[in-house]
Design a binder for this molecule. Sequence first.
Ligand SMILES: NC(=O)c1ccc[n+]([C@@H]2O[C@H](COP(=O)([O-])OP(=O)(O)OC[C@H]3O[C@@H](n4cnc5c(N)ncnc54)[C@H](OP(=O)(O)O)[C@@H]3O)[C@@H](O)[C@H]2O)c1
Length: 222
Amino acid sequence: MKKVNNPYIILNAAMTIDGKIATKEGDSELSDKVDWKEVHKLRTQVDAIMVGKETILKDNPKLHIKYYNHKGYYRIVLDSNLTIPLESNVISFQPDIYPTIICITDNVPFTKQRDYEEKGVKIIRAGDGKRVDLIKLLPILKSLGINTILLEGGGNLNWSFIQNNLIDDIRLTIAPWIVGGKEATSLVEGIGFEEIKSAPRFDLFDVKIRTYYITLSYKKRK
Ligand SMILES: NC(=O)c1ccc[n+]([C@@H]2O[C@H](COP(=O)([O-])OP(=O)(O)OC[C@H]3O[C@@H](n4cnc5c(N)ncnc54)[C@H](OP(=O)(O)O)[C@@H]3O)[C@@H](O)[C@H]2O)c1
């Protein structure tokens, strides 16, 4: 059951016909300009964009908005041991418009945390396990006024959200390639469910078809 003190979570991704969000070498250039424009429009409607640490390490994204006027939002990175480079775009690029929050565990020394805080990053500690505890984290984010989050991957972070049944909405673009490879990142990684009946179910509410691309929109079944 959805907790009222959690932000609304929209999973957004572009994947290949065979369900991969990047090749085995980490190439994730799947969206064309039209799709990017739609993603950036969606970014104008949320309070925060969230990604996992590997997406920062592999893509070094700015997580900003082109094409539209907007008020800015938080960029949230889940990095349990606080390892992303201080020079990452997500820290250095326009922090006044897109303040960055890095979510870590209690295992990180406070001295290390200070280096990031000096760059203007807000650090949130959530749990003392191996990874950031989403169940503890989401109400903290909500208490900061973050009501809607666009979850932009990658596959391992997507799994943690799916496993805990925390996704409310999905916007999924299918790009016209098949890349294969068991080392290529899938839309959802992790250990997976054993039975279909244990997995969260989603209702399709919109299909947009344009040259070569399809965008599917789903809502969690209540
Ligand atoms: N096509 C697309 O739409 C799209 C979008 C985004 C990313 N991508 C691609 O996806 C690839 C990266 O995906 P990925 O699956 O390797 O990594 P990821 O999901 O971006 O990051 C996973 C990492 O996040 C950290 N993390 C912290 N707390 C977590 C939690 N509760 N649950 C899960 N992870 C947590 C973990 O590292 P620690 O244990 O060290 O904290 C974990 O290894 C890249 O190649 C990127 O290009 C594609």
